[in-house]
Design a protein around this ligand. Structure first.
Ligand SMILES: C[S@@+](CC[C@H](N)C(=O)[O-])C[C@H]1O[C@@H](n2cnc3c(N)ncnc32)[C@H](O)[C@@H]1O
Length: 250
């Protein structure tokens, strides 16, 4: 049984997320924007938000007319989600493991969507299988992850970002991309607290195809080109931090 690590950092993650969503230039905000754009017409669709955390995406989906079930392993994250969703009738939450989804019925969803959760889940193959089971034929499976090519592990203690003498972004380092598995960057951020599972992009995509999904599109959210003043924004205008996979069950 996987430990619900976000129980320990639910408030810290929720604070980071709030900051991210309030600042339209962050990878949190631009990724969610594209996820909702791709999901498009949600009216009356049965939607599962996998690894829903404090439920911001589930709430947006419900506000767009979907009938939403948010699923998370962490009861602390779900407690935040429930407290923030009290007024919304077409939204409920289930405490379950994405690797089995035992509490969800076969072929019960039109769309399974997941934002930035798969790096926290040890067994990708089991997760793909569980999603296959709960999706209706023709149903869509859309997920975002930290971009496996540019957010590869072991970049710390060396800074991941290289800047020039004026502090402008020059490059981001990617080290040991080929080494799949669990890693922890250290530090006092989220990934220092819970670590992450790194997988190559081929592992994500080939696993999806091997489990019977068809790939529709990939998206790599970045900021539009511009004269950005801070290295964070310069970085995100040149290199995507997230990858969105849009697929379906035939
Ligand atoms: C980085 S957070 C993302 C939360 C949310 N999707 C968002 O957009 O803020 C990852 C979430 O995945 C959840 N999670 C990790 N492993 C899980 C599993 N096996 N099954 C369900 N949820 C899981 C964590 O509890 C956490 O809430």
């Amino acid at each position: 049984m996987q430990t619900p690590k976000y129980d320990q950092i639910s408030a810290q993650y929720a604070d980071l997320l709030r900051w991210g969503l309030e600042n339209s230039w962050t990878h949190f905000a631009i990724t969610v924007h594209i996820l909702l754009e791709i999901a498009a017409d949600l009216k009356d669709l049965r939607v599962c938000d996998l690894g829903c955390g404090e439920g911001h995406l589930a709430r947006s989906l419900a506000q767009h007319g979907a009938i939403v079930t948010g699923v998370d392993l962490s009861t602390k994250m779900l407690a935040l989600a429930k407290a923030r969703s009290a007024e919304i009738s077409n939204l409920d939450y289930v405490n379950d493991d994405a690797q089995s989804l035992k509490k969800l019925g076969k072929a019960s969803f039109d769309l399974v969507i997941s934002n930035l959760a798969f790096m926290d889940i040890p067994d990708l193959n089991q997760t793909y299988q569980a999603v296959q089971r709960i999706l209706k034929p023709g149903g869509r499976f859309i997920f975002s992850i930290l971009h496996p090519c540019f957010e590869a592990p072991f970049q710390i203690p060396e800074s991941q970002v290289e800047t020039d003498t004026e502090g402008n972004f020059v490059a981001c380092r990617v080290i040991r991309y080929t080494e799949e598995g669990y890693w922890n960057s250290g530090g006092d951020g989220i990934r220092g607290a819970v670590g992450a599972y790194h997988r190559k992009i081929s592992t994500y995509i080939n696993g999806l195809l091997d489990n019977g999904f068809r790939l529709q599109q990939l998206h790599e959210p970045t900021l539009p080109p511009g004269n950005y003043k801070t290295p964070d924004k310069q970085w995100l205008s040149k290199v995507p931090k997230t990858l969105i996979v849009d697929s379906y069950k035939p």
